[in-house]
Design a protein. Structure first.
Lengths: 257, 321, 361
């Protein structure tokens, strides 16, 4: 059933809140190394889909498979450990932590020292701590925030906070990253930087599923687009095709159709 | 006052059924003695209900739990003692003055200490109300001393016979007051513009400006109502249970348990929760060593909190960060 | 970049340096306290400091739970009591039972019960968690009173032997002082290590946003239980030491007011600040003896104010309210802000210490 290079399979996922269906029978795959975009008007169910994928919500029906294994019912941290991580639509940096510390939290699932070894500062814990610090610094360098390492994350300018969230997610060494409107609030220059960064990460083998309202960015970087409206897929395909699909134009632009 | 979600209602029905079974069993097994326990339970339960209502009013309007709620009730009893028993004022005047003064205290504290805290964490607000509780209790000890005080009954002490059990007339006053209070509070939140506005504002702070009720007004009114209800409860129970400076803490805790049992935020729920708690407590005191009586409330509290549906633990609003 | 990496351990070692200096300072207190005759201060400093050290054991753990992980508990007097009763029962019922083993047993049992209770209760949040832990504390108190065959009811357990270890008997306040404060410093060291580690970051992340912490791979539900168990064990340890210090235990020492006192110490000192917790302990433990000594210090006081017990709690309640209103982040934060002020000025002169300090926080 599973094609060799399919990373994430979403099978007929339905999510109801009370009587309201936020997602209805949504199915699609994400292939290794692609940038897939999920777009749709507000309230189409995009963030709900992210919540279902990352284990914050459980689907009412359907299945989600990561690398061929079902992840429905797993805790968010278990899914993160399996190689899928997300960012948030509203920035969720940890309060009172420096930029570096924020990224270090991202290393959590790749490290192991618990209460005892950390509290007693055993050699293993020290070694691990040093590794975490170096790796996090590397990730910060990667997104261009190395000079901000010691500053409190929430004090950074908005655009840099977005980048920091990205860095924190990358520190978990994900195979696939889910980005929830990463360009929201960024200016044109910053959006350009972000696009370059994402393409660069893709070249390194990272798979990306992105929810974004900035159509310029979506059209520029994504390989394939899935369009959601009222919890259902109304179109999918290459950017140009989707762009010209009358149903998409109607759903998306409403009046202009 | 908040939409009691279905699970909460189901839980309440389950609890009510359980209490009903216990009551029937007690009546069959113990006859009129059992009836006596139940009547005392209803009396003390009414007071829990009134305290619970105080918690609910503040919580549903401001999402604050007022750890000093029981102290308002204690003050109610003590003021009655000073004004009527010592001061010789007529009952009705003493009662009105008591409620009026404690209401002013509640409102004054809200303005002085709760209002300035607006954006502080839950823990900070909890500690402030705990500080208030300690403060009031200590002042009461200073003013009235440590001995419990006796307040005269409103209409004599001659017990009324009731199927082999007896009930003091003061209990009827307690029932009456509880009924009046719940009707008034319910009507306030469902019939008046201000009350409806407060509910809307609590559910959706952004809507507050639309309905013309600011969070500030809401909080002030809620604290005033809670203080008034608490004081009235204390005033009317004082002739049955001796009033003492340290009675507030336990009353507060039990009132909170009752509120949680009835669904925090619902006035009728508070009454049902209070009565059930009172009855269970008295029946427990009848069957088990009376020292365990107080544990009933806390066991119920913890059980309800743990069985409590996802609906209240993780509302969608919490998830959508 | 390497410069930045090099700078971080510096902040860490500063914390250890503070610990070393304060340890030295605290261990020297009995020496200089000797030179102040008791009838000048009217406070037995060593005696109060032993009590403060015992409370500090609880507060250091509670600060990890409340200040770092953001989970409130209004029932820690229960764990304090479990530790105290465990060693008291073992050491009085079993003849010749080693007291240090009793202390260990108290710590372990308290932690174990913390685990049993914490697992279900920590699913609750905010006010609900506060009330549930409060309820648990009250149930424990009722059990201490009612399980007469085990706890001796309201009378409690008398004639608890003094702590002894390695053939040494710690039967005076002064001897106990050193044991208690060395333990406190060890617990502080453990906490500082923990906070600066992977686990500490996980706890702080959980405090800030549970959902985000979960999504970043932090197993928040397990962390909550683990830190609760740790704080329960610390409280049990404090309680066990308390039993051997006071030589008797009864339920009065484990009432709700004591739980509230613990949480107040955390809050007054500064949530999420290890040193703040210690400051909170010292302030609040010395408050009653100072109020008690006031009439002797100020002999001209009106007679209504002579009896301290009347207004001790009035002051206490008032202080709580005022602290929360004006220093909601605690004394330590207030001190920190004062330090900030001077550092900002220093920075204007080209000093970059502030940046360093921020990293170290």
């Amino acid at each position: 059933m599973m094609v060799a290079d399919t990373l994430l399979q979403i099978r007929e996922v339905t999510k109801r809140f009370g009587g309201l269906a936020a997602l209805k029978d949504v199915s699609f795959d994400v292939t290794v190394g692609e940038i897939k975009a999920m777009i749709g008007p507000n309230g189409a169910g995009k963030t709900t889909m992210f919540d279902v994928l990352t284990g914050i919500l459980h689907p009412t029906a359907g299945d989600v498979m990561l690398k061929g294994e079902s992840i429905v019912g797993l805790r968010p941290d278990q899914i993160t450990a399996m190689g899928m991580i997300r960012t948030f639509q509203t920035i969720q940096l940890f309060e009172g932590m420096t930029a570096l510390e924020n990224v270090m939290v991202g290393c959590h699932c790749r490290t192991a020292c618990g209460f005892a070894s950390s509290g007693l500062r055993q050699p293993a814990a020290r070694r691990e701590e040093k590794d975490i610090r170096e790796k996090s610094m590397d990730v910060l360098k990667d997104v261009g925030l190395a000079t901000r390492a010691g500053e409190i994350g929430t004090n950074l300018p908005y655009g840099q906070q977005r980048m920091l969230e990205l860095a924190r997610a990358l520190a978990s060494e994900p195979d696939i990253i889910l980005l929830d409107e990463p360009a929201a609030g960024l200016n044109q220059y910053e959006t350009g930087e972000l696009a370059g960064l994402l393409v660069r990460f893709r070249e390194r083998g990272l798979t990306i599923l992105i929810v974004e309202h900035d159509m310029g960015l979506v059209m520029q970087i994504s390989d394939e687009i899935v369009v959601l409206d009222y919890g259902e897929i109304i179109a999918r395909g290459a950017p140009q095709d989707v762009q010209n699909d009358p149903r998409v134009i109607e759903a998306y632009l409403g009046i202009e159709a | 006052m908040r939409m009691g979600d279905r699970n909460q209602v189901r839980l309440l029905w389950g609890a009510a059924a359980l209490v009903a079974v216990v009551v029937v069993f007690t009546l069959i097994y113990k006859g009129s003695t059992g009836l006596q326990w139940i009547l005392s339970g209803l009396t003390v339960g009414s007071i829990y209900a009134l305290v619970a209502m105080g918690f609910s009013v503040i919580y549903s309007s401001t999402r604050v739990i007022n750890f000093a709620q029981g102290e308002f009730t204690m003050l109610g009893g003590m003021m009655m003692f000073t004004l009527c028993t010592r001061g010789g004022l007529p009952l009705w005047l003493g009662f009105l003055l008591t409620v009026g003064i404690v209401t002013l205290l509640g409102a004054g504290f809200e303005r002085a200490a709760i209002h300035p805290l607006k954006d502080q964490s839950v823990i900070t607000v909890i500690i402030v109300t705990i500080g208030l509780a300690i403060f009031i209790r200590a002042l009461a000890k200073w003013i009235w001393g440590t001995d419990p005080v006796k307040v005269a009954s409103f209409t004599g002490d001659k017990p009324l016979r009731f199927f082999g059990a007896s009930i003091v007339p003061q209990s009827l006053w307690v029932f009456g007051l509880t009924l009046i209070a719940v009707v008034l509070v319910f009507a306030f939140f469902n019939r008046t513009l201000l009350g409806k506005g407060m509910r809307a504002a609590a559910d959706n702070p952004d809507a507050a400006s639309l309905v013309g009720v600011s969070a500030s007004t809401s909080s002030l009114v809620a604290w005033s109502i809670a203080a008034a209800v608490g004081a009235a409860a204390g005033a009317v129970i004082a002739p049955i249970n001796f009033a003492a400076y340290d009675a507030g803490a336990m009353l507060g805790l039990k009132g909170f348990s009752a509120a949680v049992l009835g669904g925090l935020g619902s006035a009728p729920g508070a009454v049902v929760g209070g009565l059930m708690l009172g009855v269970l407590e008295m029946i427990t005191a009848g069957f088990a060593p009376s020292g365990y009586k107080d544990a009933v409330a806390f066991l119920i509290l913890i059980l309800v909190l743990l069985i409590r549906p996802q609906g209240l633990l993780g509302k969608p609003a919490d998830v959508k960060v | 970049m390497d410069k930045q990496l090099a700078r971080l351990p510096d902040a860490e070692s500063r914390n250890y340096r503070t610990l070393a200096i304060s340890t030295a300072f605290i261990l020297l207190i009995p020496v200089w306290a000797r030179f102040i005759p008791g009838d000048v201060l009217h406070i037995d400093i060593v005696n109060v400091m032993v009590l403060a050290g015992i409370y500090a054991c609880v507060v250091v753990g509670l600060n990890l739970l409340v200040g770092y992980a953001g989970q409130i508990s209004l029932g820690h007097a229960a764990f304090f009591g479990i530790g105290a009763y465990t060693t008291a029962i073992l050491c009085t019922r079993i003849h010749g039972f080693p007291t240090w083993l009793g202390v260990l047993a108290g710590t372990a049992l308290s932690g174990a019960i913390g685990w049993l209770v914490g697992k279900p209760v920590l699913r609750l949040k905010g006010h609900y968690l506060a009330m549930a832990t409060l309820g648990l504390g009250e149930i424990a108190f009722i059990l201490f009173q009612q399980l007469k065959w085990l706890t001796g009811g309201t009378v409690g357990i008398l004639n608890i032997p003094p702590l002894s270890m390695f053939g040494l008997k710690f039967d005076t306040d002064l001897k106990l002082y050193f044991v208690v404060w060395i333990i406190v410093m060890a617990l502080m060291l453990l906490s500082i290590n923990l906070i600066r580690s992977r686990v500490g970051r996980g706890l702080r992340a959980l405090h800030s946003s549970e959902v985000a912490a979960d999504a970043m791979g932090v197993n928040t539900s397990t962390y909550k239980v683990q830190v609760f168990v740790l704080s329960a064990a610390f409280a049990g340890l404090g309680g066990a030491l308390f039993a051997h210090f006071q030589k008797y235990v009864n339920p009065e020492s484990f009432v709700l007011a004591i739980s509230i006192m613990f949480i107040t110490m955390v809050v007054v000192g500064g949530m999420g600040n290890i040193w703040g917790g210690l400051i909170g302990v010292l302030l609040l433990t010395f408050l009653p003896p100072v109020i008690q000594a006031l009439p002797q210090w100020l002999p001209g006081l009106p007679s209504g104010l002579q009896n301290f017990s009347n207004y001790e709690l009035v002051l206490y309640g008032l202080l709580l309210i005022l602290f929360m209103m004006f220093l909601p982040k605690g004394v330590a934060d207030g001190l920190g802000r004062a330090a900030d002020f001077t550092e900002v000025r220093a920075r204007r002169l080209g000093d970059r210490r502030k940046a360093k300090r921020l990293e170290g926080r």
